[in-house]
Ligand binder design. Structure first.
Ligand code: DHK
Length: 180
């Protein structure tokens, strides 16, 4: 897709791309790139779920933090959570169809079980940053072996919800996105 040059008004062609969901126009006419931020099972319960391990921040707080980090790199965010493996697979495929610059994913309980999520990541060839709020390596051994890590560009764990912001910054660097 031809990107509008900085300062140009978006063309009809660009508007069509926006409608198709492949890009988002910003003021000044250039196109924001999109990052998909996907959250797996039980992360909807952040804030009340095992706060000694996952902290008191809610998923809404994670979304706010992630959007702020993305905005500072002129990136837009698709922020989603599901308790269902297939829905996460669908969203990974959707990220590719919409030409996202990459995916930040906290696969949560599917980290150590989901060949389907691993295969989706391998299929789409987008850079994927795997995030865990807790340091999974300091926890039970069954949390250590991640299928997702086999295809992830990078893995961040143990920084609490700040890990999402770090992941977005990493993707922005990979994508060559600007910063403000
Ligand atoms: C979240 C989960 O739900 C667990 O299943 C993972 C991860 C760890 C986290 O730290 O964000 O083992």
């Amino acid at each position: 897709m031809a990107a509008a040059r900085s300062g140009e008004r978006p063309s009809l062609f660009v508007a069509a791309a926006y409608k198709a969901g492949t890009a988002l126009p910003l003021r000044g006419g250039f196109m924001a790139k999109i990052v998909f931020v996907l959250n797996g099972p039980n992360l909807n319960l952040l804030g009340t779920r095992e706060p000694q391990t996952y902290g008191r921040a809610t998923l809404k707080d994670v979304e706010t933090l992630t959007r702020a980090a993305a905005a500072s790199h002129q990136l837009k965010v698709e922020f989603r959570q599901s308790n269902h493996e297939g829905e996460l697979v669908d969203w990974i495929q959707e990220a590719a169809a919409k030409k996202a610059v990459g995916i930040v994913i906290n696969p949560a309980g599917y980290t150590t079980t989901s060949v389907a999520i691993l295969d989706a990541i391998l299929a789409v060839k987008l850079p994927v940053i795997e995030v865990h709020i807790s340091n999974i390596h300091a926890r039970e051994s069954f949390r250590h072996d991640s299928y997702v890590s086999k295809a992830a560009k990078a893995v961040i764990c143990g920084f609490g919800i700040e890990g999402y912001g770090l992941a977005v910054a990493g993707l922005a660097a990979l994508a060559g996105a600007g910063s403000k």
